[in-house]
Design a binder for this molecule. Structure first.
Ligand code: PMV
Length: 350
């Protein structure tokens, strides 16, 4: 009896142009396009093994060794059934394994308690492992259509490097997919520093937060129509030109506007805390001094739906930035990537 099993992994991605808002909550179709950087290979990854067997009585999934319920009609069930459909529709003449139930085991190689979004890497790894199990010749963009239905931002983790999620316009979601803007090798000097401000679970989930913002924020409409399309074009050009100054300016503006939109939601949503704001002040001051001395921007902060900061910077500035963070946040505990988890360096609040 052959063993039908495959393993795949996918990394976390951090958006520079934020996805916030769904126009279709079931298909997970966004109200705007977004763009992210996928963090380097082997760092902050989810690794997933899927196995199909005729003896399995139902689909089951374990996350970091703990079984999670696969709710019928839920996002996990949707991703699994969409991958089965692709296998059924494929022209493969091998044994039909799509009717078999699957057992899936997924692990994150980073502390789940670090408060870093793991749903993006998790759903991307899940879809990739099922694609390998079913021997599907699907491209990353095709798989992104399915990962998107697990967690929107997951569609961007199917690619490494610089990735756009094009919102698309089709009501069935067939053109709402991830595309590569540039591979990681295009701009290896760009590094990400992760500052773990708090590892508490966030108060408002992205799903309920987005829904409330779509229903109540007037600023979101302005963002969707008048801001994001231009920013997508400008930041893509900056990436192609390796223009850190423009990349940094747009990244910080977009993080600010995402949090402004959260504040404009009724009732308001606060994802950043006082430490997050102090990190912003520090980076703003660091950049101000650099510009005053005739240079250009040296670092860019960005915050997702939580208080943790990600600082993008050219590698040459990283040591100075870590020293600054440690000086102004003396309670922080820095480490030079001892487990290969956090890119060049990580900073963790105590
Ligand atoms: O994919 P979700 O539902 O976890 O939403 C992620 C939203 C942000 O992280 C705030 C922005 C983004 O584009 O990743």
């Amino acid at each position: 009896m052959p063993l039908y099993q495959a393993t795949a992994s996918a990394p976390v991605n951090i958006a520079c142009i934020k996805y916030w808002g769904k126009r279709d909550t079931k298909l997970i179709l966004p109200t705007n396009s977004s763009l992210s950087v996928t963090l380097d290979q082997d760092q902050l990854r989810s690794t997933t093994t899927s196995r199909a067997d005729s003896s399995f009585e139902k689909d089951r999934l374990w996350l970091n060794g703990v079984e999670e319920e696969i709710k019928s009609g839920g996002r996990l069930a949707t991703c699994i059934s969409e991958m089965r459909r692709l296998r059924r529709e494929s022209t493969l003449t091998q044994v039909q394994i799509s009717p078999y139930n699957v057992h899936i085991s997924s692990r994150n190689n980073f502390p789940t308690a670090a408060g870093l979004a793991s749903s993006a890497s998790g759903f991307a790894a899940l879809v990739s492992s099922l694609a390998a199990l079913y021997a599907l010749p699907a491209s990353p963009s095709q798989l992104s259509l399915i990962a998107r239905q697990g967690s929107g931002s997951a569609c961007r983790s199917l690619f490494g490097g610089f990735v756009a999620w094009e919102m698309g316009s089709s009501p069935d979601g067939s053109d709402s997919l991830a595309v590569e803007v540039a591979p990681r090798s295009h701009w290896p000097q760009l590094q990400a520093l992760i500052c773990v401000v708090s590892d508490d679970k966030k108060g408002t989930s992205s799903t309920s937060g987005m829904q409330r913002t779509v229903e109540t924020s007037a600023l979101l409409q302005h963002r969707i129509v008048s801001v994001v399309p231009e920013r997508m074009a400008a930041i893509s050009a900056a990436i192609h030109a390796r223009d850190f100054n423009t990349f940094a300016r747009i990244t910080m503006q977009d993080s600010n506007q995402f949090h402004a939109v959260a504040l404009d939601t009724d009732p308001p949503i606060f994802y950043m805390n006082d430490v997050s704001r102090a990190i912003i002040a520090l980076i703003v001051e660091y950049n101000r001094v650099a510009v005053e001395r005739g240079g250009s921007l040296k670092a860019a902060y960005t915050f997702d739906a939580g208080p943790n900061a990600v600082i993008y910077a050219p590698e040459e500035n990283l040591k100075e930035i870590v020293e600054l963070i440690v000086r102004y946040f003396p309670q922080a505990d820095t480490f030079k990537d001892p487990f290969g988890l956090f890119g060049a360096a990580g900073v963790r609040g105590k």
